[in-house]
Design a protein around this ligand. Structure first.
Ligand SMILES: O=P(O)(O)OC[C@H]1O[C@H](OP(=O)(O)OP(=O)(O)O)[C@H](O)[C@@H]1O
Ligand SMILES: Nc1ncnc2[nH]cnc12
Length: 175
């Protein structure tokens, strides 16, 4: 399966100059979706951990099935104001904006090992804030896995010291 060719590039979305990687073309293709989930499972199955952290919204799509297959718990990171119980929060920046992310204060127990799963690594801003939330609660990030890594944005450099893994890499922007 050439998974890389299954992603649609939408140029200048949501802003001028962005080569947006559209995952919907992978999701709607049953073989590509299965291959994507299986690949993520294979990428993290050697790690020793209890929980997967999935950031809203595309992180849910990939974090949940991997947690199910590997028999792990799933912790949701949501955008401000969506979680019903008490939260820890952190402000973050991404390739095209700014926002606040939150996690329930009892989502992770001190010492628990977690793996963060998201669809895509761009600047690493989202993941850094996910790490901050996990570490605020005393959790340990033992791995971070993405379906797609945009290596030309250097996100991995912002995540030094962490075990960063990805299924597919794009080395240059089409813009
Ligand atoms: O590495 P970064 O520069 O932080 O960018 C990557 C993040 O951006 C996208 O999410 P987005 O915030 O657009 O939200 P969505 O999943 O709800 O579309 C993507 O799903 C990653 O979480
Ligand atoms: N270029 C991009 N394509 C898809 N999702 C993104 N999130 C941040 N940058 C992105």
């Amino acid at each position: 399966m050439n998974l890389k060719e299954k992603f649609r590039h939408v140029l200048n979305f949501p802003k001028e100059g962005i080569d947006f990687i559209d995952i919907t073309t992978v999701l709607q293709d049953k073989d590509a979706f299965k291959y994507a989930i299986d690949s993520l499972v294979n990428l993290v199955k050697d790690l020793d951990f209890e929980l997967i952290v999935g950031p809203e919204s595309r992180g849910f799509i990939f974090g949940a099935p991997v947690a199910y297959v590997l028999n792990k718990g799933l912790v949701l990171v949501r955008k401000k104001g969506k979680l019903p119980y008490k939260t820890v929060s952190v402000e973050y920046e991404l390739e095209y904006g700014k926002d606040v992310l939150e996690m329930h204060i009892d989502a992770i127990k001190p010492g628990q090992k977690v793996v963060i799963i998201d669809d895509l690594l761009a600047t690493g801003g989202t993941t850094l804030s996910n790490i901050k939330l996990v570490e605020k609660l005393g959790g340990e990030v033992v791995g971070i896995a993405y379906l797609v890594e945009l290596t030309y944005l250097g996100g991995r450099e912002n995540l030094k010291g962490y075990d960063v893994r990805s299924v597919v890499q794009f080395e240059s922007s089409l813009i």
